[in-house]
Design a protein around this ligand. Structure first.
Ligand SMILES: NC(=O)c1ccc[n+]([C@@H]2O[C@H](COP(=O)([O-])OP(=O)(O)OC[C@H]3O[C@@H](n4cnc5c(N)ncnc54)[C@H](O)[C@@H]3O)[C@@H](O)[C@H]2O)c1
Length: 354
């Protein structure tokens, strides 16, 4: 017997447009309503998907035929909108970052526990098969003790990117910062999810190529709880933009990712076995053909299929009454790390976490 699809609404129709697209394609989901303060954005989505639309979030909260609300409003509004939706009896999928401060993430976690509704945060990289494989490999101890974790988010954004409804991008209050809080946060989340908690950070930031309040370049040194040392660079000022790069190395080998797998070398029983493992991994996860646009230079080239996987996971989580794959709790440390990097840069000294 086929189950009725769960009924979704999307609030915030910038990135939220991709949510509409993915809900429309996802198994077990149906898009019934959209909401934005900008009427043209609402109209474009109601026309494209044949759903209803509103400029009033309260209408979404009051609608009895909505099971799940996707929140894609400015980052510093996520707690307010998520908590209102949870308290109105809806399950919530909230865009990254969950919020801009740890205290606000904690308020979302508290509301989720109090209401018993599901709350999932979008961090689509965690759904990428290569990163899932890498995480399992690290957890299985195949790299041995981790030594280094090195990530660069060398992206480019035109000044026009920062012109958006409410002019919130690149502000401390609503974006939580700049290149680190908005773009680099995917990679901050990835490295803490892959390599474990961070215990100390030292950071520097500045504004170089944009007229914005926060920063368009941040550099940080990280110490992980397992002793590994890391470096992280995020920028939206590197013209024309490069693919995000991640290198993880341990006692027994190195894995290098940039637009797919570049190197997978783990000491094997023989040189032949080692080469064969890399060959197999390259076949599965190697760079291959790339689409013309990349998110490193084009904010609209994001991997929407990761969002589709998250929508389908939420549908299953509700049906099976289990936690979604990405809980708010599991993303709290991400917000803690990026705020500690900013704090360190302001204070001019390392900051201990936790
Ligand atoms: N996962 C990803 O790859 C990804 C990519 C881009 C953006 N995002 C996230 O999505 C969120 C939105 O970013 P964006 O780039 O789409 O910004 P945006 O400014 O283009 O869109 C936000 C929309 O929210 C609307 N909004 C604000 N307050 C509202 C309210 N009370 N009710 C209804 N609508 C309201 C605005 O009018 C605007 O259209 C951010 O948290 C951002 O970090 C995630």
């Amino acid at each position: 017997m086929s189950e009725k699809p769960l009924r979704f609404a999307v609030v915030g129709l910038g990135m939220g447009q991709a949510h509409c697209h993915d809900i429309n394609d996802a198994r077990g989901a149906e898009l019934v309503a959209v909401c934005d303060l900008v009427p043209e954005r609402v109209e474009a989505m109601t026309k494209a998907y044949g759903c209803r639309g509103t400029t009033d979030f309260a209408e979404i909260l009051a609608a009895p035929d909505i099971d799940v609300v996707n929140i894609a409003t400015p980052s510093g509004m996520h707690a307010e909108h998520t908590i209102a939706a949870l308290r109105a009896g809806k399950h919530v999928i909230c865009e990254k970052p969950p919020e801009v401060t740890v205290a606000k993430v904690d308020s979302m976690i508290a509301a989720q526990r109090e209401t018993g509704k599901k709350l999932m945060i979008i961090f689509q990289s965690r759904f990428e098969p290569l990163y899932r494989r890498l995480r399992q490999t690290i957890q299985d101890g195949r790299l041995g003790r981790l030594i280094g974790v090195h990530a660069t988010v060398h992206w480019y954004r035109e000044q026009s990117y920062f012109t958006c409804p409410g002019m919130w991008k690149g502000t401390w209050a609503l974006d939580g910062g700049g290149s680190l809080a908005n773009q680099g946060v995917h990679t901050v989340d990835l490295i803490q999810w892959l390599c474990g908690p961070v215990v100390e950070v030292y950071g520097k930031y500045g504004v170089y190529a944009h007229d914005i309040e926060a920063e368009d370049k941040t550099v940080a040194v990280l110490e992980f709880a397992n002793g590994a040392l890391g470096t992280l660079t995020s920028t939206t000022a590197l013209y024309p933009g490069m693919d995000t790069e991640l290198i993880v190395h341990g006692e027994r080998g190195t894995i290098h990712c940039q637009a797919g797998l570049r190197m997978w070398r783990i000491r094997g029983e023989t040189p032949e076995a080692e080469a064969e493992e890399e060959r197999q991994m390259m076949e599965l996860y190697g760079p291959g053909d790339k689409p013309a646009g990349s998110v490193s230079s084009d904010p609209f080239a994001f991997a929407t299929r990761g969002h589709l996987a998250q929508v389908e996971d939420m549908v299953q989580a509700i049906r099976e009454d289990r936690e979604p794959y990405i809980t708010a709790e599991s993303t709290r440390h991400t917000v803690e790390i990026l705020n500690a990097i900013y704090q360190s840069a302001r204070d001019g000294r390392p900051v201990r976490l936790g």
